[in-house]
Ligand binder design. Sequence first.
Ligand code: ATP
Ligand code: F1X
Length: 303
Amino acid sequence: MIYTVTFNPSLDYVVHMETFLSGDINRADREMIYPGGKGINVALVLGNLHIPAKILGFTAGFTGREIERLAKKNGGDCDFITLEEGYSRINMKISADEETAVNGIGPDISEEKLQALLRQIEQIKDGDVLVLAGSIPADIPNDIYEQILRRIQGRNIRTVVDATGDLLKNVIKYRPFLIKPNNFELGELFSVDLHTDEEILVCAKRLQSMGARNILVSLGDDGALLLGEDEKIYRMQAPRGNLVNSVGAGDSMVAGFLAGFEASQGDLQEALKMGISAGSASAFQEWLASEADIQEIYKKIPK
Ligand SMILES: Nc1ncnc2c1ncn2[C@@H]1O[C@H](COP(=O)(O)OP(=O)(O)OP(=O)(O)O)[C@@H](O)[C@H]1O
Ligand SMILES: O=P(O)(O)OC[C@@]1(O)O[C@H](CO)[C@@H](O)[C@@H]1O
């Protein structure tokens, strides 16, 4: 079973307009509300690919109830911990000539509720996969992902971490199976700007020498570069297509990678191909890609 943890789920309020003017009143042409948060997105795309995934995390208030309702409506298997105060955040995604996002803060999580999540994670069995994805609310210590990985250290649980900054850096020594920074997030870890594959590779190799097993660097419409645990470099371009909404493309890529890795019994080239297919398929859709969307893109990518 795959478990995904989202500390700070959201309702993603997506508005489309031709041009967005900051400092002005903008009017949307189209609007949609989706259940959001990286772990939730990963699990929903896995579900679309018929891979069971359990969604863990915290929800609160009316927005929290709506996140759960929408996630379930879209096939999500949720086991959220409900917080007694506050409400889950609403993240505003503006899709215009450029994409702009305003991500909310989210509710406080008490120590008691945090412990409840840690108990859930302790139930995860050997052979399972644990995905920790997304930011954490401000009151949660930013070594929380590290604490979780320490608790399950030495067990046969494959871990995936999709996070930024210290939250990511702190877990590397626990040898996560997969990390998926984009090129900007990767550069940020080492306070450098990354422009070329060679520069990206230097940083990916540093992370691997620090402990990360597979480093998947997503590059938006330029595809992705994977430094595999076999120490091989895999580079794949993304297919061309019409960008509709890239929110969740990175999460879809993580889901596709896990699906491809399972289906091919560990072939990293195949995992990357499925990752790109799922990422690009979601970027070309209003929301997360279906299995048919992913298969259509997959067929267009040369092996
Ligand atoms: N404009 C695009 N055209 C084609 N494919 C895209 C495009 N944008 C994203 N993708 C696909 O999705 C994958 C992940 O995208 P990206 O690098 O933007 O991840 P991310 O920064 O984590 O995204 P997000 O945080 O929005 O989920 C890319 O590797 C690529 O396969
Ligand atoms: O604020 P975080 O946790 O970093 O990111 C949250 C978020 O932007 O990530 C998903 C897309 O990857 C969205 O569904 C959600 O709104």
